[in-house]
Design a binder for this molecule. Structure first.
Ligand code: FES
Length: 250
């Protein structure tokens, strides 16, 4: 993050004071933290990605006067409130194991080997309380410890990898990386494989799409853009047996 000249914004909303890294700024009360920071002259070169609450790059912690609670939010989603003291935690160092998905076994012992700190969890639940996506972090950690990968996958599915859970963990875990390993193992080795996907993989291996891809690769960018924008899209709420008019690629 850098500071630059404040962006000119036509302000009609009431201005309220907020404190960014200890410095006071007056910002329109309708802005998100991210926009309020930009309004105050900060320029995001890190700690900002999708701006839509999906990428997890903009984790922010703040406190309100007279309140001991540490509050958290995504800067791109959380609207400013008067007198909030905030700072961003766009990156937090976390243990991230290296493993080979070809050989890794979908078993608790495999996860424990890579993340032995898993069993240091004392179930304090600080991770769940800090999660801006309301993911039940402790619950999925408990499911992993019980070897229930399916439950852990389902409970952790909404995680956006912001890493705020790791900032609060007294067991020094990076819960989100552990859950990611479990989801990968479950998806690759335990989940029932959809028949149509297996058929498609077989067709790709047998070269069904080789000429088509070579043809696409040979085209100029403008031609590719035209093909893309003019392609036939599946209509919203189409019947299950919907097919495009041109079935040559199916
Ligand atoms: S910028 Fe992606 S979640 Fe906020």
């Amino acid at each position: 993050m850098q500071t630059t000249e404040a962006t000119e914004v036509k302000v009609e909303a009431k201005l309220i004071p907020i404190y960014i890294m200890g410095q006071k700024y007056e910002v329109p009360e309708t802005l998100t933290i991210m926009k309020a920071m930009e309004y105050s002259g900060f320029k995001f070169i890190r700690g900002c990605g999708c701006r839509g609450g999906i990428c997890g790059a903009c984790g922010t912690v703040y406190r309100l006067p007279g309140d001991y609670h540490i509050r958290v939010g995504l800067a791109c989603q959380t609207v400013v409130v008067p007198d909030m003291y905030l700072t961003q935690i766009p990156f937090y160092p976390a243990n991230r194991a290296v493993y080979d998905m070809e050989t890794a076994l979908p078993e608790l012992a495999e996860v424990q080997k890579k993340y032995p700190e898993l069993f240091r969890c004392v179930a304090c639940n600080a991770c769940t309380k800090v999660c801006p996506m309301d993911v039940p972090v402790l619950d999925y950690v408990s499911a992993i410890k019980q070897g229930d990968f399916k439950k852990a996958m389902e409970l952790s599915f909404d995680c956006i990898q912001c890493g705020l859970c790791a900032t609060r963990c007294m067991a020094e875990m990076a819960q989100y990386h552990i859950a990611q390993m479990v989801r990968r193992l479950y998806g690759a080795k335990l989940a029932p494989q959809p028949k149509h996907a297996a058929e498609m993989v077989e067709q790709i291996k047998n070269g069904k799409y080789t000429d088509m891809l070579a043809d696409l690769k040979s085209k100029e960018l403008d031609e590719l853009k035209k093909l893309y924008t003019e392609r036939e899209s599946e209509p919203h709420m189409s019947p299950e047996d919907w097919k495009p008019q041109d079935t040559s690629c199916l």
